[in-house]
Design a protein around this ligand. Structure first.
Ligand code: 13P
Ligand code: SF4
Length: 376
């Protein structure tokens, strides 16, 4: 039992009424979730889906959610860009973010009149905790006249100091757009040094970045990929651009979580490996039954804080509400909205390592702990 009276181990009975409400959902996950386990999930799923209707709530589920969340209670599913777009669009009164804190904050920034809930306040992100608004102010002093592009994996006060946001699915286009608008050939792209290097390899723009990293993706190595290929001849390797550049060099394709998912849907490779968070493979495998997934992966401890039981508790108690100071939200909204409004004619950013990356600096003004987890 934790401080707010929530007992994550509670169980609800699997009744005929629960069965009637959830049986149509079981085929979505039955290839992964055994019947016995399903009967533990189903009562919570039924209660969540009832409460969503009663309270006029929607659940925005990131691709890294476990399948019982992603397929059975998520109303909108996708990468961080798609979830932000949906947060801006939805008419629902309440948004429950099945993802991490920076995603919930982005939803609140875009929909200030709505109640935004996150089922676990401590679902953070190593990238978001690596940099502060004060760091951005120092960067701007050090590099005047250069636009600041901020990955959405940041806190609201960081977004408030920046010119435009990006996600992994549009970073290349955003960098090219803002530099041409400002008439410059350099950009400050923070806080993920690997994403920045991977973007730099796709454009002629020179990049200044920050010493942040995703604790999940930075652990993959080129040797991992070579071993996977040696053990699985013909396997297609897809990687997320938060991986280091030498990992992407070994991959067949790199793109956002939805970019990888679309690649599998469109190409139906016989054997595939997704170099990213573990639940991605589960969710994509369920939608692509003819594809064989090789499954080395790394878990994101922050994403995995979100469970069905916590989502239910969140809807029952209206906790934990995400609040963003309106003065900060107003400035941050400009940066996020500029990204959302951008006409992206070239579709998803992809990261084939063909160019010669020009990274001018990897900055860090303070001692950062890339594994610290609170918020963001
Ligand atoms: P996407 O924008 O690709 O969904 O990535 C978000 C994220 O946190 C990946 O680690
Ligand atoms: Fe942050 Fe990495 Fe987890 Fe994504 S996978 S939320 S970037 S720590």
């Amino acid at each position: 039992m934790v401080a707010d009276g929530f007992n994550p181990g509670f169980s609800l009975p699997y009744t005929p009424e629960v069965k009637a409400k959830t049986e149509h959902l079981y085929p979505l996950v039955e290839r992964l979730i055994p019947r016995l386990e399903w009967e533990l999930h189903a009562p919570i799923i039924a209660a969540i889906n009832d409460l969503k209707k009663e309270k006029d709530a929607v659940i925005l589920a990131h691709n890294y959610m476990t399948p019982e969340i992603f397929a059975c209670v998520g109303d909108y599913r996708g990468d961080s860009l798609m979830l932000a777009q949906e947060a801006a669009r939805t008419d629902a009164r309440i948004i429950v973010q099945a993802g991490v804190h920076f995603m919930a904050e982005t939803s609140k920034i875009l929909s200030p009149e709505k109640t935004v809930l996150i089922p676990d306040m401590e679902a953070g992100c190593s990238l978001a905790t690596s940099i502060t608004g004060a760091d951005i102010r120092l960067l701007k002093e050090k590099y005047p006249g250069i636009p600041v592009v901020t990955y959405v994996n940041t806190t609201a006060d960081v977004k408030a100091e920046t010119d435009i946001c990006c996600t992994s699915s549009n970073a290349v286009q955003v960098v090219e757009h803002i530099t041409s608008q400002w008439g410059v050939d350099k950009v400050i792209l923070i806080p993920d040094q690997y994403l920045a290097k991977n973007v730099a390899a796709q454009t002629d723009i020179k990049v200044i970045t920050w010493a942040g990293a995703c604790e999940v993706h930075e652990r993959f190595t080129p040797e991992d990929i070579r071993e996977i290929r040696a053990g699985n001849p013909g396997v297609i390797v897809l990687a997320h651009p938060e991986c280091p550049p030498d990992v992407l060099e070994e991959a067949d394709f790199a793109g956002s979580t939805s970019g990888m998912s679309n690649y599998v849907k469109d190409n139906q490779p016989k054997h595939v490996v997704l170099i990213t968070e573990c639940s991605m493979s589960d969710n994509v495998a369920l939608e692509n039954p003819d594809v064989n997934f090789i499954r080395p992966c790394n878990l994101c401890p922050h994403m995995k804080r979100i469970t069905l039981a916590k989502i239910l508790h969140s809807l029952q108690t209206m906790r934990h509400e995400v609040i963003v100071d309106e003065a900060i939200a107003e400035k941050a909204r400009l940066a996020v909205q500029r990204m959302i409004d951008l006409p992206l004619t070239k579709g998803q950013s992809t990261y084939n390592q063909t160019g010669s990356p020009e990274v001018l600096a990897v900055e860090s003004f303070a001692q950062i702990d890339p594994r610290s987890s609170l918020h963001g």
